[in-house]
Ligand binder design. Sequence first.
Ligand code: ATP
Ligand code: ZN
Length: 285
Amino acid sequence: MNKNNLKLAVQKNGRLTENTLGFLRASGLEFESYSRKLFSACRNMPVEILYVRDDDIPRLVESGAVDLGILGQNILNEERPKVKKLLNLRYGYCSLALSVPKESPINDISGLNGKTIATSYPRSTQQFFQKYGVKVETITIKGSVEIAPSLGLAAAIVDLVSTGSTLAMNDLRLLTPIYRSEAVLIANEKLGADTEKNPVLRQLITRFTSVLSAKNYKYISLTVPDTSAPRLTKLLPNLVMTALPGQRLSVNGVIKEDMFWTVFDRMKDLGAKNIYMLPVEKIIS
Ligand code: ATP
Ligand code: ZN
């Protein structure tokens, strides 16, 4: 490892790993990664990627042992490390949620007054119940929190869920989500003042944001009869139109995919043909 390189800690082996490595590669970082590796140096930027447990990332970044980290917002909410959040990365979506056994008589938050809640997120849990003025005990369990009710340890659990299926599989019923989470990029608080590392950091952030802004967008290309031009301009004001032989126009540009589907039928009515939609890798503005 080189001490002047920017160090980025990512989860070694877990739910965020694949998407994180995919995101870094989409941002143009070139590196090798395989499961036994502790760190990889990027070939094309002075950046090193360190593979660690996600629970260690807050401390590593806070202490400055590494400069940057990618982890779930849920861990920030729970641990509140002194770090700077730089970006939401739009993957790793999940919620911290309060659930009870399917057959439980409890139907609302106040029904849990005086009860015990099993969770790996005691701080988030206490804060949530305090907000409702409901007093609960928490028992902290690191893994398989969902079995606590059937062991008689707790009346309810607070755990991460991304779909309802894990809850149903464990005979649990959702009472309420507590907060939503996604992967985030964090930085050591003093990194901004590091003149050596700052240019690389800026370059990295530009790459990351260009990938993030491209995510929702598609490049579309189509042709319409030239008589449709005024109405098409109203529908899709930001596209570029070029005249083609045979009284047709070629229309090209980048739009939000949602927008495309919203106007799709009207585009067909205007005589749109040869419609292509392509993914956009990066948007650099
Ligand atoms: P580690 O071995 O690194 O400590 P872990 O078991 O604590 O891993 P994972 O289960 O791999 O962690 O989850 C990592 C992150 O993935 C979570 O902190 C959360 O941000 C996100 N995540 C997305 N969906 C889910 C889900 N359904 N359950 C748990 N975490 C999820
Ligand atoms: Zn963990």
